[in-house]
Structure formats: structure tokens, C-alpha cells
Design a protein around this ligand. Structure first.
Ligand SMILES: Nc1nc2c(ncn2[C@@H]2O[C@H](COP(=O)(O)OP(=O)(O)OP(=O)(O)O)[C@@H](O)[C@H]2O)c(=O)[nH]1
Length: 598
């Protein structure tokens, strides 16, 4: 145990975490050249394309230092706010963390939020100034920023480059010398933390864990504390580039477990594994049931594909326990599902996976957060609203509450004014403003989560010319003045376009939505009135004018290749259209409310 080191790498997105992890694997000879692919740890296709680590994984390296053999377990952490709970559990499995800071970009919002998570778990922090090879690197200044943030000595900051491999040896030495060896009692009852799980279609769910006390043996009967279920450990082992089967995984070490579990829902990240016959008295703190934050309807473009969509979603859920869904029906779109996601990125990922892995073409409706409503008749009874159309009639409504977040934004002092006005426009309240350096400011806001869902990231990037980073965490529900704005096309309400909006903004946003829809809904053979309404009251109106006869149609007659191109284009366009009444609505129209400022 004294020669084990468990660590993770924390960084703001794109500061070079995956690249540096690869260098560590190279340097310790964990990966042979043949096995080497760019960015090894990101194994999902989608992950590699998007360049973000979505699921955390772990890998074990052997390293000899001063003649002694060490085992280094690197636990990878996802880098996006949507997955922050997974980050916190990966961190809880470690004794130390490499805090990577880009030498050109310096400290950003996630550098700080991840650092706080690491400090809460008493991790030893090794600051790494990365990308020192960049011509735009600013090593002196950024080192000062890091020293200010951590209160460490400048000499403790390791200069490195994941690209050239510079500094990797120093990092490995620091891991051994500065990060404490795991503690724990090998003879105590088993106590292990689940920090991740991965779906394997042949072997079922592979559970990744860190043993804090005792050991986990092949064949042992074990129990998952939070779910209360027991299983037999069919196989245990450690994680190199491939899995290495072992008879047992001991105190302090990190490994995988196979029990024949088939669905991801049974394995909860943050849960404690213990021995069935001789359970531990202490469960590992910090377990949370992750709750979806953003909801949207997913409907098949072709109504006949409903059953196929259901089976695809069920399969997706097998390996993504954070996806939740239940059937719903919409007057406009027919049968589909109301789905819950961890955030907007998670939603995009699910939509893409449905299309790529299951070949489904789907329409996603306006995303919304989850609200709490109370009626006058029963002011204590909570009605959970995951869909704006479920809002009780205003005459019956006592109050509505919406989720709030605490947001941390780091930006340059030049942009403070613009960032503040944006946050205030988004119903934010400033709580704190701290100058990290003379140039860099951290702003803390409390604001409604719903405002983040709607175009916040893009606007923040624009007003700060890209010099702002952002992170948030939920702080509970607060009462709010919300109204439902309905949209009518051709005098027919389209329920899938309804949105819950703050009463103060409802008129102006309603007006913008109809203007946007006018742009997005293709002209047809007749005029299409587009209206926004609150209850029976129409608050805005536009009209998509009827198409005039297309006199150019014949001009294309002769050129077959051109015609084919046109047909292809039409086919593609058709894919994401839904006929509602006699109006064709493209997918973009369902997202119009998110793009009001484009
Ligand atoms: N010049 C230079 N570029 C680097 C270095 N390390 C990483 N990069 C580049 O920076 C970009 C981001 O690197 P990644 O390793 O994917 O960053 P990451 O932090 O893992 O990103 P996420 O997984 O999205 O959190 C890539 O284009 C890398 O090629 C470095 O030391 N020097």
C-alpha cells in the first residue's frame, strides 16, 4: 500500500488534460507504440470528436523511482459542468490531484471549481503549468496567478508541455514524493467507493471502484449500500490498457468488478461496496442520486417509428443511467418521450447518439428546467412540472418555484460591465466580485437555471470576446412569477412550442419568438398566422406569407445533376420536419426560443 499513489487530473476544458495523461502513459511504458492512438483515454467516438472527456475512466501505471516499484492509478475526470457530480466522485477516490493550468489562458472558472472540489476532499494539489511550448505562453505571469490562488511557492509549480513531453519526469516524481500513500485497514470489512461504471454489451456493467478498507475478492458476496442489492463478484481486477484479472483488489488500490449486472441504473456512482456477510459500519460520504436538470420532448419524425424510438432509448439507458425518460403525448407531435438530461451538452449527446447509433431521426422540443407548482386548493402539495403544458390553470395556481444556481464567471476586468449587464438581464443577482489579479475578476451570481439553458453560454462568449469562463452549481428552488406562453400556428395551438417564462419578460420574448418563427417556418401555399398567447390573450402576431407561384421551376428542367442535388437537399430537409395540422415545422423552429438573439 505504501507504494500506491491515486491521483486525478483537474483542469479547465482544453487546458491539455488528455494530452498530458497520454504523455504519462508513454513515459511509464504503459502503452506500446502499436496500441497508441491519439488521446487514448477518450474512447468513445463522440468524445474524441467533441474533444471533451465525457465519462471518467481509470488506468494503472507501473513506475520505478529510486529503485522502488510504484503503482500509479490515474483516475480521469470529465471536464464539463454537466458532469460535475462524476468529477466529484472521481476526486473522492484519490489522494492527490494534478492541477493543470494552460500557460497562455491562465486560471479559468473550472480550474477554480475543480480545485475547490479537490480541497474539500483534502487532496494534495500539484500545480502544473502546461503548454509552456506555446509561443503565446506567459509562464511568469501565470505562475504568479497560480501562486496567488494556491498560496504555494513558485518552485512548486511544475512547468510542462503535454505536446513535447517536457516536464513529465518532474510530474511523476512529484506524484510519488508529494502525494500521500493511501491509508486504510486491510483487515477491516470491505469498504469501496464506486466512481464510475461502463456498459459492455457482452459482460454487462463494469463497475470501477477504489478500495478504502479491506479487500474485494473474486467470488465474494458483496452488497451495494445505496441500492441495497447484493451480488457475487464474478471477476475483479485492475485496469491497465486492458483489464488485468486478479484474485483480489486490496486496500488503497483501484480496480474493476463484474457481477453480471445488465443495466446501468443498478450501479450508482458514489455508492459504497461492502461485504454482504460482514458489512462495513461506515458508508462513504457524498453519495447523491443525480437528478436531471434539463427536460425536453423527443419525438420520432415519422410517427410510425415510436416503438423503435422506445427500444433505442431503453438501450441507451442501459449504459447511461443519467438519462431518464417517460412516454408523453403532444397534440401537435403525437407520441414521444419526455426526457431528463444532466444539462444541454448531455441532451445534444443523447440526440446525436440516437441518430448515429440507432439511426433514428428525431425532433427535440424546447428544453426546459423542472418547476414546482402548488395549487390554491392544496398549497402544500408539490406538483412537479417537467413540461410547461402541465402548468395548472393560473386561476387555480397558488405559486410556482424554479431552480436557482450559483454561477461563477471569471473574466478580464475590461468586460466586467458587459458581463454584469448580461447576468442582470438574465435575472441574475450579483453576490460577490473578487479581483484574482489586477486583470482578472471573478463574479459570483445567483440566477435561475432556466436562463442558463437559454443561449447564456453563447451570449457570454460574445460580450466577453471569448475571455470569460463559467461554472455553476444548483442552490435550490425559489418562488418566481412565471407564465406560460403558448404559440399558435394557423390559429392552432402547438403545445410543443409552449414555454414557461418570467412574467416581466413574457411579452418581449413572446414577440421575439413569433418573429423568429416567421423566419424559420417555410412559406407554404397559404398565409400562416403565427401568434403568441398567454391564456386567451394574444400578445404578438406575425404572418408567413403564402408562396407565389415558382416561375423559376422550369429553368432547372434540363440539368439532371442539378435536379438531383435539389432533390437530395429536399430529402435532407424533409428529415427534420413535422407536419402539424397543415403546417410544416422544421426542427429549428422548436429551438427558436433558444436562438432569439442570433
Ligand atoms: N502547444 C501545446 N498544445 C497542447 C498541449 N497540450 C495540449 N495541447 C492542445 O490543446 C488542445 C486541448 O488538449 P486536450 O488534451 O484535449 O485538453 P483537455 O483538457 O483534455 O480537454 P477536455 O478533455 O475537453 O477537458 C488540443 O488541441 C491539444 O493538442 C501542450 O502542451 N502544448
Amino acid at each position: 500500500m505504501k507504494n500506491i499513489r491515486n491521483f486525478c487530473i483537474i483542469a479547465h476544458i482544453d487546458h491539455g488534460k488528455s494530452t498530458l495523461a497520454d504523455r504519462l502513459l508513454d513515459f511509464t511504458g504503459t502503452v506500446t507504440a502499436r496500441e497508441k492512438k491519439e488521446q487514448l483515454l477518450d474512447s468513445m467516438d463522440l468524445e474524441r470528436e467533441r474533444g471533451i472527456t465525457i465519462k471518467s475512466h481509470a488506468i494503472q501505471m507501473d513506475y520505478t523511482h529510486n529503485g522502488e516499484q510504484y503503482i500509479l492509478n490515474l483516475i480521469d475526470t470529465p471536464g464539463h459542468v454537466d458532469f460535475s457530480y462524476e468529477v466529484s466522485r472521481s476526486i473522492a477516490a484519490c489522494e492527490g490531484a494534478l492541477l493543470i493550468v494552460d500557460a497562455a489562458q491562465s486560471i479559468q472558472a473550472q480550474t477554480i471549481s475543480n480545485l475547490y472540489l479537490a480541497l474539500e476532499n483534502d487532496l494534495e494539489i500539484i500545480p502544473v503549468l502546461n503548454k509552456v511550448d506555446l509561443p503565446s505562453a506567459n509562464p511568469e505571469e501565470v505562475t504568479d496567478d497560480i501562486v496567488d490562488l494556491l498560496g504555494c511557492d513558485p518552485e512548486e509549480v511544475i512547468h510542462a508541455s503535454g505536446k513535447t513531453g517536457f516536464g513529465v519526469d518532474n510530474i511523476l516524481n512529484a506524484i510519488i514524493n508529494r502525494i500521500p500513500a493511501p491509508k486504510g485497514d486491510p483487515d477491516a470489512p470491505l469498504q469501496a467507493l464506486i466512481f464510475d461504471s461502463v456498459y459492455n454489451s457482452y459482460r454487462g456493467i463494469e463497475t470501477y471502484f477504489r478500495v478504502f478498507n479491506g479487500e474485494i475478492k473474486k467470488g465474494q458476496e458483496i452488497k451495494f449500500v445505496a441500492t441495497g442489492k447484493n451480488y457475487f463478484a464474478d471477476e475483479v481486477g485492475t485496469l491497465k490498457l486492458t483489464q488485468v484479472v486478479k484474485k483480489s483488489v486490496k486496500t488503497g488500490d483501484v480496480g474493476y468488478l463484474i457481477t453480471g449486472i445488465k443495466t446501468a441504473k443498478e450501479v450508482k456512482v458514489g455508492d459504497t461496496i461492502t461485504d454482504f456477510a460482514n458489512p462495513t459500519k461506515e458508508i462513504i460520504e457524498g453519495f447523491e442520486d443525480v437528478k436531471p436538470m434539463v427536460f425536453a420532448g423527443i419525438y420520432p419524425v415519422d410517427t410510425e417509428d415510436y416503438e423503435e424510438l422506445r427500444s433505442s432509448m431503453e438501450k441507451l439507458q442501459l449504459n447511461d443511467a443519467s438519462l431518464v425518460f417517460q412516454p408523453e403525448s403532444s397534440a401537435a407531435l403525437g407520441f414521444g418521450f419526455r426526457c431528463g438530461f444532466l444539462g444541454m451538452l448531455h441532451m445534444e449527446i443523447i440526440q446525436e447518439r440516437l441518430e448515429r447509433e440507432f439511426n433514428m431521426t428525431v425532433i427535440t422540443t424546447v428544453p426546459n428546467v423542472s418547476y414546482h407548482a402548488y395549487t390554491k386548493k392544496n398549497p402544500e402539495e408539490l406538483i412537479l412540472l417537467n413540461n410547461p403544458t402541465d402548468l395548472p390553470d393560473p386561476s387555480r395556481l397558488d405559486r410556482v418555484e424554479e431552480p436557482f444556481i450559483k454561477a461563477s464567471i471569471i473574466t478580464k476586468s475590461d468586460f466586467v460591465g458587459q458581463v454584469m449587464s448580461l447576468c442582470i438581464e438574465k435575472r441574475g443577482q450579483i453576490i460577490n466580485q473578487t479581483y484574482l489579479t489586477t486583470q482578472r475578476v471573478e463574479l459570483i451570481f445567483e440566477m435561475p437555471l432556466a436562463e442558463i439553458v437559454f443561449d447564456f453560454y453563447d451570449r457570454l462568449k460574445t460580450v466577453s470576446k471569448g475571455y470569460a469562463s463559467f461554472d455553476y452549481h444548483p442552490i435550490g428552488m425559489r418562488e418566481s412569477k412565471l407564465v406560460r406562453v403558448d404559440i399558435l400556428l394557423n390559429a392552432q395551438p402547438v403545445d410543443a412550442l409552449s414555454a414557461l417564462l418570467h412574467a416581466d419578460n413574457a411579452y418581449s420574448i413572446g414577440k421575439k419568438i413569433v418573429e423568429k418563427l416567421k423566419e424559420l417556418i417555410p412559406r407554404q401555399q397559404f398565409d400562416i398566422p403565427i401568434q403568441a398567447a398567454i391564456g386567451a390573450k394574444i400578445i404578438a402576431r406575425e404572418t408567413t406569407k403564402a408562396l407565389r407561384k415558382d416561375v423559376t421551376a422550369k429553368c432547372y428542367g434540363g440539368d439532371i445533376s442539378r435536379k438531383r442535388k435539389l432533390l437530395e437537399k429536399q430529402k435532407k430537409g424533409k428529415k427534420r420536419m413535422r407536419q402539424v395540422g397543415n403546417v410544416e415545422i422544421p426542427q429549428e423552429a422548436f429551438m427558436a426560443v433558444l436562438k432569439l438573439n442570433d
